[in-house]
Design a protein around this ligand. Sequence first.
Ligand code: IFM
Length: 763
Amino acid sequence: MKLATPPTSTDWILSEDDFLPNHIEANGNKFLIGNGYMGLRGTLEEFGKEHLAACTLSGLYDQSGDKWREPVNAPHAYNLTLIVDGIELSTLKSELVQHSQQLDLANATHRRSTTYQLPSGKTIKLEINRFLSLDQKHLGVMQCRIEASEPCLVSVSSHISTDIWDINGPHLEAFKSDAMEGTLCLESHTVEKQITVVVASTIESSEELPFMCESATNMHLCEFKAEAGIEYSFCKYIATHTGVESHDPKAAAITTLETARSLGLDAIKESHDQAWKKRWTNSDVQIEGDEEAQNALRYSIYHLLIAAPENDHASIPARGLSGQVYKGAIFWDTEIFMLPFFDHTQPELARHLIQYRYHTLDGARRKAAENGFRGAFYAWESQETGDDACTFFNVTDVITGRPMRTYFRDKQIHISADVALAIWRHYQMTGDLSLLTEGGAEVILECARFFYSYASYKPERQRFELHDVVGPDEYHERVHNNAFTNAMVRASLQIALQITELLKAEEPQAYDTLIAKLSIAEELAGFEHMAANLYIPAPDKDTKIIEQFDGYFKLEDNRPESLKERLIHPNEYWGGGHGIATTTQVIKQADVVLMLHLFSEQYASEIKQANWEYYEPRTEHGSSLSPCVYALLAAELGKTEWAYKYFLRTATIDLTGKSKQFIGDLYIGGTHPAANGGAWMAAILGFAGLRTGGDTVQLNPQLPESWEQLSFRFAKLGQWFSVKITADQIEVTADATNAKAIEFDLSGDLLACEVGATIQTNR
Ligand code: IFM
């Protein structure tokens, strides 16, 4: 069985067929396009920085003054000014006959189509398609068409704007423009590290549209007499290069444009479409019988695919490439919520995301040392160097206006365990030992070393404990023995021991080199001792509930809805010193429940059930990372209706725009790739019940009632499989190009899936 090739049918197109000024900001996120190197917000071409138009660059950060470091937005070149018979046309001020904004998920293309009416009665149709090439990462394309109902004088211009939307900018200075043979080139450099940023553009048009370029305004412009009913078209190519990846970004930008011109739009588009087709072939999930779920899940997958870099120096920020929110930083979101999707469907992209952590290992070492520990303490908010961008005062109290001391940065130690677990899981999925020898093992050992230096041994209780931490639930800071953190730390130590055994057996030379490089031989016995004696809060023997941290049960028992009544200001932060949730059992996001999902095989169903039921009503879901975890465990427990409710909440987050926009006075809008990854996990690991950690791949589906069929692909150990699940059958087909058979457990039936063969089981 092969999945159908991605169609261009309407179910791949997200459309809004009206212009609503109050949707401008939300649509910037909703209609975002990207290619892993750049993200271009879904704003219309007549908008500027006041409407949050931006092209955000991956992996390039800057600090302006003592403001927060954040990613750099490039000079904006995806704009167009249209003047007809002396009147400037814009959705904001002109009469519209028709307007639609579309996003084609199949190839990440943004389309706008607007028909304006002039006071004279003439109508002008403007259509613009734009995309960021997936196979030439530095190239963006704007393809424009103009058609008038009656003869008129048209003036079009498009520039490279130095008026850039920044949250904590300005980040670029020393602008220098140049115009040569129809090409505009704007050079600048970042404020902090003087890294060069070049945006260059050229326009390809027919002779009847004689574009000129003006270096003083960085503008291409053209005036022409339009005849009635004739379509006039032109294409703007935009090249963006920086000193991060090029010694001579200006020359690189000129070459990108020359190549674009020589290839021409059709060829550029064709290879872009092919690159997208390749991505979708393995990543698409098809749900028959539930259009809403299908669209929302595909849209979620789209957001993961547009944000993934294809190099080891960047990873996916918490708000993807939708702007500078959360400092463009990489959190645990990537390892725990996004990597499962990439591991299963895009192992090469997954490897880059993991290698980013090797690339930033020195930053993690610096952080551990600064805090008085050994090993690697990863940044809670990581940028290009791995130093922590998270500040000690990350939230401002909306009532007093005072900065609040938050402990995300120095106490959320689970981040190093999240990194270690993700590397190990990628290895289990791919069998790629080179990931371990090329940095993965070093990261894991340094994380274990950090935890060994962090833990305290309590002789009176004969166990190790982890004090003064923040777990995933950030409303309760500086707690002792957070169950999730302790379980993750134990797993990291066990993984460290497993990889040393593995390397010793399979790559003895690499093993010797690494152990000598880290001088870690003597600590290994300590890791073993700690792993065997680390306290993991156990389920209560009567209620089966696991206490989230020491003393949690003594807190006031309350529920988010009634707690809300205590708010003085709607944007008040619920945690911190005086937060309304701090002294109660109301938690921000899945914590114990996440632990039960991640270590599912270690806990009996009745324990998972009791804890899901206990924590669910006490969870505020104040983080977009939370609902998917409740969906995952609910699906595993057969609570399909609950699972579906939480799945849909996760999968639609960037469609509805219904997510928190503020914490205190901090703007946190943008896209939510962790929730997008969570939607994939809920569908595939949850509803399909896919488990790939062991030698036997398991499928234990529990489909929502309306889902007639669920189809998807995944890879295990480099072998690709297509899965089709209906109410009464599970079918798995191995690609004919596979090299070996893999054993499956299909709802209890053990079957080997040979190369090119199909196995099935009736349910
Ligand atoms: O990583 C999350 C965290 O768990 C909750 N606050 C937002 C962060 C970024 O998504």
